[in-house]
Design a protein around this ligand. Structure first.
Ligand code: PLP
Length: 381
């Protein structure tokens, strides 16, 4: 097999050709600094404001509520730490299945004397809303719940969580890096105060993201400097990245959600029909990200499956790309009740609009051979 089959789109995506073309103009010709008063600078500023407008519209926000960042990690850190630093309140609520950047920011805050509650999830990964209601107190500064989970694809009901937080007068932040453009985000309907977005999961460039901050929401500055982004986030703006981010949002097409959901469901069915003892982690249907498949294969290591598949030019991952730096079982699968063996036997297949049925059939063929081979030599029998 010569052509690579890329099925790790939750880690990152191929940048669209149109996005690259648009960005290149801002590297080579229109390279001005958006703070400069001359025409080259103003051209850069106009392009940035156009991108801001596109992103704001896509989540039903106002352009002045969008602040560009260096990506999802920065936006998540800013939202949570910024909310805590701006208040006397000393309690944060997040979930056991949030991304490492939220969890590690929370753990850091714990060392600074902040109490953090990590909400439980059920076996499909849905947050326990009763637990949330019970935990919110007068001392809670912010609730942060991941929208679409990067490992198992479960999509939380933002509207319900947002309503609980709004009724109790607590800020609600969501990390929407995985769900953005794959399912609806409407900051008004879903009662959102802060939303993290990034570009590289949606065929845009790496190193650029945004934080939506609802007008009136007060969080502290994270990056001090020359007063960019309406004095809230300093640093010369990454104009090519921001322009590319805007273009990738402009190119996002709902038709691709349907295409990916159908491919996802056919692939899950084919794998479960063809291979014995396979378990789908996370929910089925519309509460699952349209591009996410996470499966546990009894008695074999996900790591070994992924390595074998790579040998055939098929790229999938185990858990999230970030947690693959550690050898620990996925915190998400463990929170959903899987034991270490089952959690370690999982792989994540994440699709994009560039995948097709032919590729899916090839993967099925190879995967089934790989699983048979590995089960034969497995010590866990
Ligand atoms: C859910 C989620 N949040 C945050 C991030 C971090 O985003 P970035 O890579 O832009 O810093 C990622 C990417 O791995 C992610 O999947």
């Amino acid at each position: 097999m010569n052509e690579k089959i890329y099925l790790d789109n939750a880690a990152t995506t191929k940048v669209d050709k149109e996005v690259v073309d648009e960005m290149n103009k801002f590297h080579s010709d229109k390279y001005g600094n958006a703070s400069s008063v001359h025409s080259l600078g103003q051209e850069a500023r106009d392009a940035m404001e156009k991108a801001r407008g596109i992103i704001a519209k896509s989540i039903n926000a106002k352009p002045e509520e969008i602040y560009f960042t260096s990506g999802g990690t920065e936006a998540n850190n800013w939202a949570i730490k910024g909310a805590v630093w701006k208040t006397e309140k000393k309690h944060v609520i997040t979930t056991k299945i949030d991304h490492d950047c939220v969890l590690n920011a929370s753990k850091w805050l714990e060392k600074q004397g902040i109490k953090v509650t990590y909400l439980d999830v059920d076996k499909e990964g849905f947050v326990d809303l009763e637990h949330l209601k019970k935990e919110i107190s007068e001392d809670t500064a912010i609730v942060s719940v991941i929208h679409g989970n990067n490992e198992v694809g479960v999509i939380q009901d933002l509207e319900k969580i947002g309503k609980i937080c709004r009724d109790k007068g607590v800020y609600f932040h969501t990390d929407a890096c995985q769900s953005y453009t794959k399912t609806d985000i409407d900051v008004k309907k879903q009662n959102l105060d802060l939303v993290t977005l990034n570009a590289h999961k949606i065929h845009g460039p790496k190193g650029v993201g945004a934080l939506y901050i609802r007008s009136g929401v007060e969080i502290d500055i994270f990056m001090h400097g020359g007063g960019h982004e309406r004095k809230m986030r300093s640093g010369t703006e990454n104009i090519p990245g921001i322009v590319g981010f805007g273009k990738s949002v402009e190119l996002a097409d709902k038709k691709n959600i349907k295409k990916m959901s159908e491919m996802r469901d056919r692939m899950i069915k084919k794998i479960i029909d063809k291979i014995d003892n396979v378990k789908l982690n996370g929910p089925e249907g519309y509460n699952r990200l349209c591009n996410n498949i996470n499966l546990s294969f009894n008695n074999i290591e996900g790591e070994a499956i992924a390595e074998y598949l790579d040998g055939y030019g098929i790229q999938v991952s185990t858990g999230s790309a970030c947690s693959s730096h550690t050898l620990e079982a996925s915190h998400v699968l463990k929170a959903m009740g899987l034991d270490d063996l089952c959690a370690n036997s999982s792989i994540r297949i994440s699709l994009s609009k560039f995948n097709n049925e032919e590729e899916i059939d090839k993967v099925l063929e190879v995967l089934s051979d790989v699983v048979i081979k590995l089960r034969k030599i497995s010590p866990f029998k």
